[in-house]
Design a protein around this ligand. Sequence first.
Ligand code: GLN
Length: 288
Amino acid sequence: MQWSTNKLSDHKKLYAEELYPLYDKAEADTFVNILIKSFFGLSRADLVVDPDYRLSESEMLKLHFAVKDLKKFKPIQYIIKKIDFLNTRIMVNESVLIPRPETEELAELIIKKEKQPGLRILDIGTGSGCIAIALTKNLDEASVFGIDISKEALNLASKNAFINEVLLHFVQLNILDPKPFPDFQDLDLIVSNPPYVTLAEKAAMKENVLRYEPHEALFVDNDDPLLFYKAILYFATEHLVKGGRIYFEINEKYGKEVCTLMSRSMFNNVVLHKDINGKDRFVSSIKF
Ligand code: GLN
């Protein structure tokens, strides 16, 4: 690769302009700033202080390939390979969903409500491990387990536990076909953000999600949109203690249905919670 300049400010300007036709201008500028901060540790202010900052050949290449990926609508989180989730740092790759702000709200809700120490918690469909790790870090002496159908996701979740210095137990398991696992008896709490986007809703989704994020973590059949919730509630009848709690993230369209499903199972105190955008997004309830 041949460049006429190795000044970061020149590259920055050039790449932002290359992205303007594809993204909103402010978004393109933000992306370039995020790359520079993540790759070289330089903020916008640092570049004002040192406007002549020069890049090495390998740094220029790194930026070049990152912008190439952005032009293919690869999500920036997969390019910089990490995201902050509450007070944790979570690595992401294409085997896991990028944690959404809503899921951060779900973890916050649990941290706010569940104050007693030593809870036994299971996160079903743990993915990157973001919820499980945030709960371990923020609840007193909790023992947290995470299960997922994907081996690749669990490898990443284990690395995330390591970098956040928490001890967690991850097990590969399909909740639609659970095998007995003795450690999952007497759980105090089950949390899950299962696949809940129907295939009918797929058409309206953005290309960056559809092309890069794992479909098995996102989609559920139109004819049984509550499939995972039913399986989890069935699992909970056996594994959750009396008085144990469930916290779900849900598709905003199915708030009422999930609540009804829970009231018809062994649950009461069913509460539908809204997310920051005012959408029905979480359901919590207590087993009787
Ligand atoms: N909230 C995610 C999205 O909008 C979906 C998460 C899920 O299916 N559990 O893409």
